[in-house]
Design a binder for this molecule. Structure first.
Ligand code: FDP
Length: 597
């Protein structure tokens, strides 16, 4: 197919669906497909199918800002629009498989700056500029090359007002909308953010401090910006302009003319969840399941003995770290051979071992190593027993250890006070193995007043999401790798070639999981309390990838070991997500026996 045939299609909104249909129809007997073409086609179809094809739309979004005052304190230039622009870009790329790029207005100021921004936008959308001549070239011409979202950001708000593209007055907005719609056939939407809640203001002053600004500097900036910016008018004079006005982030939203398109409504939904505040997400794969032991995929089996042990340790971790002020937790298991050595050491030490700092570097094969200043807080005598507080005297401790064959000690780092009192959230899938992993987590009712609604809080009340169930392997559900390859000898090679797009017969692909994860991940964006999510290997690969700002392609390569919790912290101030891994044991399982699948 020549490029000329494709070219006119790109100029229309439904470009991709037409394009996909024209490129190749594998059912058409006149079309001969090589292997690779088939896979590219599959990839294209899969990705369109899973993303509701919004990538067909040429869509512009503009993050702008709105002045607001709160008791005379103005911190208006920092409304978190850079954060929102970045989130939007990631959302569009990850969940909709479309291209998205941020264009910062202040980088295009100067004699030719505005023309350059126009050129940059034109070439971003104009796929005919793409060097590709091969319509099968998915990378350059497929979903990647068609349509996209340009996010025009006035990052340096005051400086940006020099540009025609700053959208800081009604006149500028109208000019931009006309230019973009008439000349680039793009749909336009303006996003305005205003903040006046005490929490919002606190965030903004933190942000100012983080960026090294003094109050005077910020006041000057605001006074200057106030002279320029005209908020979107609510007097009907801008009724023809699509816009979203976010007030105090996800507290209140005014939407104009966005719901007429599917993508518009999706973007509104996503933005209505976003907040820029500091928050922490914990991810854990379920403990080892009976099917994991038998090396079977899928199914709905319960936990193995080791899996149950991980569940007990997870509850300790939740109490001190997720719902406490501690920042680290390590479990060390001593077997029959080591317990007498521990007894001798305690006798020699002759001190209260709970308070001692002499445990540093103490560890076991599961990977946990005690760091300096960690305190021994809890212990478990024997397998499958409940954890209990460590006795505070040497005599009591020796007595407890007397007949013990196996002992697991729990060491906690940081502030151990207030364990279990920080309101937290718990999400699992709907499958037994994740629910059982959460079974030992405590659910005290926390006193009213801890949350803003003033109601008592049911700690870590579990919510089960079917969208977080493991990839469904269809006809292969419950089989081992060996059994699968007996039925379908090529399956391993096929899946290796395209792990994202490969769909199990009558089952799911990773693209399908992306589609069903979209609503859960939007929901997650809304959460401000620490949250623990217990799910499965394939699902967690994607969740982790999304949270760690990875591409879909890189996400499927991520390792998701069992018996480990991953903490991902968002500082809310512009730093990237920071991850810490906590191997809790009892074993650190990285090989689930299906590494080939
Ligand atoms: O995409 P791959 O790498 O096969 O990972 C998914 C597989 O992981 C498994 C275990 O091998 O998930 P789970 O976390 O539920 O134990 C299988 O049930 C599932 O098919």
């Amino acid at each position: 197919m020549s490029r000329n045939l494709i070219r006119p299609v790109f100029r229309h909104c439904q470009a991709v669906s037409l394009f996909a249909a024209k490129v190749v129809d594998p059912m058409d007997p006149t079309v001969k497909l090589g292997d690779s073409d088939y896979f590219k086609h599959q990839q294209l179809v899969q990705s369109l199918g899973s993303s509701s094809a919004p990538s067909v739309r040429f869509y512009f979004l503009l993050a702008t800002t709105h002045l607001c005052s709160n008791n005379g304190q103005h911190l208006a230039w920092m409304r978190g629009k850079t954060h929102i622009a970045r989130e939007l870009k990631r959302y569009i790329e990850f969940f909709h498989g479309a291209r998205a790029e941020i264009f910062s207005v202040s980088e295009y100021i100067g004699p030719d700056g505005e023309d350059k921004l126009y050129e940059a936008l034109n070439s971003f959308f104009d796929v005919t500029n793409s060097p590709t001549a091969d319509p099968y070239d998915f990378e350059q011409c497929g979903v990647e090359g068609v349509g996209g979202f340009a996010i025009i950001l006035s990052s340096d708000t005051v400086e940006s007002t020099k540009s025609m593209w700053s959208a800081h007055t009604k006149w500028h907005r109208k000019w931009m909308a006309r230019k973009l719609e008439d000349e680039l056939q793009a749909e336009v939407c303006f996003i305005q953010i205003s903040v006046d809640s005490p929490k919002g203001e606190k965030y903004l002053s933190d942000l100012a401090a983080y960026r090294g600004m003094t109050l005077e500097e910020s006041r000057d900036l605001i006074a200057n910006y106030q002279d320029h910016y005209v908020p979107i008018q609510m007097d009907q004079s801008e009724d023809q302009t699509p816009f979203i006005h976010l007030m105090n982030y996800n507290q209140k939203m005014v939407v104009n003319k966005m719901m007429r398109s599917f993508v518009g409504s999706q973007v509104c939904h996503f933005l209505s969840n976003l907040h820029p505040f500091q928050h922490t997400v914990y991810l854990a794969r379920h403990g080892e399941s009976e099917f994991n032991v038998e090396m079977r995929i899928g199914g709905d089996s319960g936990l193995s003995r080791r899996g149950e042990e991980f569940a007990r340790r997870t509850a300790e971790f939740v109490k001190y770290v997720v719902c406490g002020h501690a920042n680290d937790l390590v479990c060390v298991t001593l077997t029959a051979k080591d317990v007498p050595k521990l007894r001798d050491w305690i006798i020699e030490l002759k001190r209260n071992i709970v308070a001692t700092r002499d445990w540093a570097d103490f560890g076991d094969a599961s990977g946990g190593v005690v760091r300096r200043f960690m305190q021994l807080k809890r212990m478990q005598i024997g397998w499958a027993a409940d954890f209990e507080d460590t006795p505070s005297t040497v005599q009591d401790l020796l007595r407890r250890l007397e007949k013990a064959k196996v002992v697991t000690l729990v060491f906690v780092g940081g502030d151990t006070s207030g364990a279990g009192t920080v309101p937290g959230r718990l999400w699992t899938s709907s499958l037994r193995r994740t629910i059982e992993t959460a079974q030992f987590i405590e659910h005290p009712i926390l006193p009213a007043g801890l949350m803003t609604d003033g109601k008592p809080y049911y700690q870590m009340r579990g919510r089960q999401f079917r969208n977080m169930d493991e990839v469904y392997a269809g006809e292969y559900d419950g089989l081992t790798e060996e059994e699968i390859t007996k039925r379908a000898p090529n399956v391993i090679a096929d899946r290796k070639r395209d792990k994202l797009g490969f769909r199990y017969p009558r089952g799911e692909s990773y693209y399908d999981i992306i589609a069903r994860l979209e609503s859960v991940m939007s929901h997650l964006e809304r959460i401000q309390q620490p949250i623990l999510i217990i799910s499965h290997q394939a699902v967690l690969r994607l969740m982790y990838g999304w949270l760690m700002h990875k591409t879909r392609e890189d996400s499927v390569e991520t390792q998701v070991p069992q018996h480990e919790v991953v903490r991902i912290c968002f500082d809310g101030l512009g730093g990237g997500p920071v991850e810490t891994r906590f191997p809790l044991g009892p074993t650190h399982l990285t090989d689930d026996g299906q590494s080939d699948l």
